[in-house]
Design a protein around this ligand. Structure first.
Ligand code: ZN
Ligand code: ZN
Ligand code: ZN
Length: 144
């Protein structure tokens, strides 16, 4: 008599959690032509990954514009980053949620050497340790 014991997890792929955690499996573009003109040098103070949205003060899911370093909320909150991009023409933003970088001009996630310092600064601010240096792939597990 064999009961259907659940047993220990054997590392089967769990079903993806719906929404919320953006553990997307997309491949970021690496040839974004906007990044050079839409990413400014990092402020000396670095980045504050816990900064609230400049417009609505929502603290939960924000992006920082890599052109002007203002912080706005995602489209899942009030869409203030999308509005900021529309108003200013700034195109590249970094997510404090998962350290991904979005280019509005490409309408895609991007990966580029120019955004790495910002990514590192945000990661350090959020987790208190350095961004894993070995690979860009690590960004998908940045939120553990
Ligand atoms: Zn907002
Ligand atoms: Zn901006
Ligand atoms: Zn682009």
């Amino acid at each position: 008599m064999s009961s259907m014991e659940p047993g220990p997890s054997t590392g089967d792929h769990p079903l993806p959690v719906v929404a919320q955690a953006p553990f997307y499996a997309v491949h970021p573009r690496t040839d974004c032509p906007h990044v050079e003109s839409n990413v400014a040098p990092l402020p000396e103070a670095g980045l504050d990954a816990s900064a609230p949205c400049s417009t609505c003060q929502d603290p939960t899911e924000n992006w920082v514009c890599l052109k002007c370093f203002r912080v706005f909320c995602s489209r899942y909150i009030n869409g203030d980053m999308a509005q900021h991009m529309g108003e200013t023409g700034h195109k590249v933003a970094l997510s404090f949620a998962d350290m991904s970088v979005w280019c509005d001009g490409c309408d895609s996630y991007i990966s580029h050497e120019v955004v790495r310092p910002a990514k590192r600064a945000a990661y350090r601010s959020k987790f208190g340790e350095d961004f894993p240096e070995n690979s860009e792939d690590a960004e998908n597990s940045a939120a553990r």
